[in-house]
Ligand binder design. Sequence first.
Ligand SMILES: Nc1nc2c(c(=O)[nH]1)N[C@H]1C(S)=C(S)[C@@H](COP(=O)(O)OP(=O)(O)OC[C@H]3O[C@@H](n4cnc5c(=O)[nH]c(N)nc54)[C@H](O)[C@@H]3O)O[C@H]1N2
Ligand SMILES: Nc1nc2c(c(=O)[nH]1)N[C@H]1C(S)=C(S)[C@@H](COP(=O)(O)OP(=O)(O)OC[C@H]3O[C@@H](n4cnc5c(=O)[nH]c(N)nc54)[C@H](O)[C@@H]3O)O[C@H]1N2
Ligand code: SF4
Ligand SMILES: [Mo]
Length: 695
Amino acid sequence: MMASKVMDTQCPFCSVQCKMQIMEKEEAGKTTYTVQPKANAASEGRLCIKGMNAYQHGLSEERVTEPLLNKDGVFTPVTWEEAYEFIAKKFRDIQGRFGHDVIGVYGGGSLTNETSYLLGKFARIGLQTKYIDYNGRFCMSAAAAASNAAFGMDRGLTNPLSDIRKTKCLILAGTNIAECQPTLMPYFMDAKENGAYIIVVDPRDTATAEMADLHLKVKPGTDVALASAMLKILLEEGYVDHSFVRERTTGFAEVKKHVAALDFDELVSKIGVSLEDLKEAAIRFGSAASGMILTARGVEQQTDGYLAVRNYINLLLVTGKIGKPGSGYGAVTGQANGQGGREHGQKADQLPGYRYIENDNDRAYMAGIWGVHPSEIPHKGVSAYEMMKKVHAQEIRALFLMGSNPILSNPNAGFVEEGIRKLDLLVAVDMFLSETAQLAHVILPAASFLENEGTLTNLEGRVLLREAARPVPGMVKQDWEILCDIAGRMGKGSYFPYGSAEEIFAELRRASRGGMADYYGITYDRLRKEEGIYWPCPTLEHPGEKRLFTAAFAHSDGKAKIAIVNHHYPKERVDEQYPLILTTGRVLEHYLTGVQTRKSVVLASRKMESFVEIHPKTAQRWKIKDDTLVKVNSRRGQIVVRSKLTDSIREDTVFVPMHWGGLQNVNKLTCEELDPTCKMPGFKICAVSIEPLLT
Ligand SMILES: Nc1nc2c(c(=O)[nH]1)N[C@H]1C(S)=C(S)[C@@H](COP(=O)(O)OP(=O)(O)OC[C@H]3O[C@@H](n4cnc5c(=O)[nH]c(N)nc54)[C@H](O)[C@@H]3O)O[C@H]1N2
Ligand SMILES: Nc1nc2c(c(=O)[nH]1)N[C@H]1C(S)=C(S)[C@@H](COP(=O)(O)OP(=O)(O)OC[C@H]3O[C@@H](n4cnc5c(=O)[nH]c(N)nc54)[C@H](O)[C@@H]3O)O[C@H]1N2
Ligand code: SF4
Ligand SMILES: [Mo]
């Protein structure tokens, strides 16, 4: 069969960034599509069901293809000129009345590096506001803060994926790779075949837990205690790598004293896992010749997520299992560009190249690149949810949204929606009328993955080039073009002179030069020839650094910090009225708030609606039958979802995925408490009650 058109592209969903080819064939007036994986280093030629069907939303009839202005409640097509004039006039007007910081900018981890970089510049130079943050706050912030504190640097995986095959022991904590990064599973199956012992820490029997040699079915929110118990066992049983600890770390003596004073009985009663199992896990890990720990949102989306990750990192540092083949840490990054998205300035306190906005040298360096005085760069703003609080308080009166659907993805979503409805101006740059875009005053149509060129950095820290595979439909524009156009109308056009994504990348390379996430040596030409390049890559000749910390950590003394970690209880507790713990997460077929995957016929038909996993004994107690509608109530709201009785979940816990809106929006239930260090919400715990919808 000869295809009439071939589109070479890269999946827009998760952080693996599998490459693929989409074949479009016209026959007798009918267009059909076939998809096949394309070999590349991370995916090794695999694609999961989401990747196979991604073209369906890209080519969907529901795409927004012209600028839409909400005129008296009706979205009305307008020219770009009219849309831009409307936005610029409103921006100028409210900034004139309330000051520059009255505008918030809210980005996302699906955006390319070029767009992420430009969005930061757009906020700080184009709009001169300090308020910018992004959905990655809900995703990567705990692990990023912990890696920065422990190692002096945050790159999701400290090792290339191929190291997984070499390791002899793996701890997978709060990560459901089988559903969330499915094409990585062969790495783990091969590791097992090569003799690795796999420990999974998860309150549910997930598809990932199925491959475990030992599954620690932890009570949600107790990972700090679990890692503390394992640390105590490692120290008591003599699994410390003393020469590594002496030469490459600081803080061990204090931690040793702290851990010695901990009480096993108390820890075990919190964790809900037997001491025997904890001992087995610790001894297996301690005695293995090499070991890796991977964490993801189960551990991190907690109000003590930062501490939990640090405590898992403690396990690696005391046993000397990092910076070697088959030994290292990994925060399994979530979104397509969850990695790059956090390196180039979308974060409230960050400048490109992982520079810090409160560091005078970093400010001066970026001022030089941007051609402004350092005093013209605003100081740090606040995190994503804190921005929503300012929206609610009408301290922020205009919001510029690019690549996120916050009324579904923020915690305490009812409050967030209430705030968003109060805005004087909401601009949503999106491919679709997402639940949030539906509340916008202006919707600007964005290019999809099929149409936009740019780089994305996968979970390994490997930078990949995704080239445009087809022209934009209708009047759609690239995200970066939209930013340049609006900046121009705000009188800042001379700072935004770009004619292509590659030109923006050229500036990003210089901006990141000498920074922690140094992309200077990476060019589009090199990316076309090589299979992606790992950062840091400081020169054009540099091959990129696959394995980090082989000789030194990134702190100025070259050492990693082992840290005392105390459990920090969330304010939210179960009680008589709300006796169950709700935890939230994902299913294989859908992606995040579902805006994209719910547009795919194949994916949507495999999972049409949300559900709540309930243990049969728990269901019996609350008179809930299988496959019936259930009200789930928390102190903040209520949702209605279908029951799914399963003994794969703990009796004290229920689980609801995050991919649906309206009555099924699980974030109507979740809490507003944030991790004090990194401002990650505690998405993985809230107290709920359940009851049948019809009694
Ligand atoms: N199919 C699919 N794949 C995706 C995504 C998607 O939406 N759909 N999203 C992408 C993104 S952005 C992200 S961030 C990643 C997320 O990837 P993951 O973090 O792997 O996914 P989650 O389902 O959020 O959570 C993982 C597991 O944490 C467990 N868990 C809950 N509470 C706790 C706890 O207290 N301790 C521990 N140890 N575990 C707990 C849950 O039971 C769940 O199985 O996936 C990426 N890939
Ligand atoms: N309860 C609960 N809540 C959670 C989580 C959880 O585990 N539990 N996980 C959190 C995590 S890890 C994440 S990452 C967030 C994600 O939360 P969101 O950011 O809200 O997730 P998406 O559904 O990816 O929304 C992306 C929007 O941007 C659009 N879009 C996609 N690509 C582009 C592009 O290139 N340009 C533009 N302009 N638009 C684009 C899509 O159409 C969609 O409307 O949710 C968080 N919320
Ligand atoms: S969702 Fe992730 S694993 Fe699946 S095809 Fe896309 S990039 Fe690959
Ligand atoms: Mo995420």
